[in-house]
Design a protein around this ligand. Structure first.
Ligand code: SF4
Length: 204
């Protein structure tokens, strides 16, 4: 893990000197099935279609090919929630087979057997699972708007599905759990950090 990080740092530094775009991110969708109140990219399908459309899988793959030819090596797939796309496997598989080293940002709630099988077959370099709470109450404290219902649905998934994701993505070289300590909520933040530490140890 540390070696991979160091190699990436060296390559990135050399690429910067030669103005090679070695790293990039594709936001596959602005949609998310959660409604974290601080998030800037969590559209409903209706909100999205009111302003435009998502790129098709073929468009993403063509963009990936062009970026790869320009020097892209490290690619982050993110959203919104990228697993909302029914063609995620097509996009991920095509980009992986181009030789790109792919990381994924996800809330972990939509992991299913198909994705688990995909990641065993073609392991990602990294899966980043956001951890905003170790429980529904913790998640609601940070991400809820006080109304509750729209957020509890997401919160109820978080511990279970994140745990499954760690094991389902077996073969990837690690999993980074991101948490956001907020001083006003240190009570639940400590729980979140404990969960993140557990999740991290379970990933190896
Ligand atoms: S899970 Fe992530 S993308 Fe979805 S609403 Fe929350 S912060 Fe935004």
């Amino acid at each position: 893990m540390d070696q991979v990080y160091q190699i990436k740092q060296v390559l990135s530094a050399r690429a910067a000197l030669q103005t090679v775009p070695i790293s990039g991110a594709f936001e596959l969708t602005p949609r998310c099935n959660f409604r974290c109140k601080m998030c800037y990219i969590r559209m409903t399908p209706q909100q999205m279609t009111a302003i435009g459309r998502e790129r098709t899988a073929l468009e993403w793959l063509e963009m990936g090919r062009q970026a790869r030819d320009a020097g892209l090596l490290f690619l982050l797939l993110t959203g919104g929630e990228p697993f909302l796309r029914p063609d995620f496997e097509e996009i991920y598989t095509g980009l992986t087979k181009m030789g790109l080293s792919i990381s994924i940002n996800t809330n972990g709630s939509l992991l299913d057997d198909g994705l688990r099988a995909l990641f065993r077959r073609l392991p990602p370099a990294m899966v980043n699972v956001t951890v905003y709470g170790a429980s529904a109450a913790g998640y609601e404290t940070l991400c809820g708007d006080g109304a509750g219902s729209a957020h509890r649905r997401g919160a109820g998934h978080r511990g279970r599905d994140q745990h499954e994701l760690l094991h389902g993505a077996g073969g990837s070289d690690g999993l980074l759990c991101r948490s956001f300590p907020v001083l006003d909520h240190m009570g639940w933040t400590h729980d979140t950090l404990r969960y993140a530490q557990y999740a991290r140890s379970a990933a190896f």
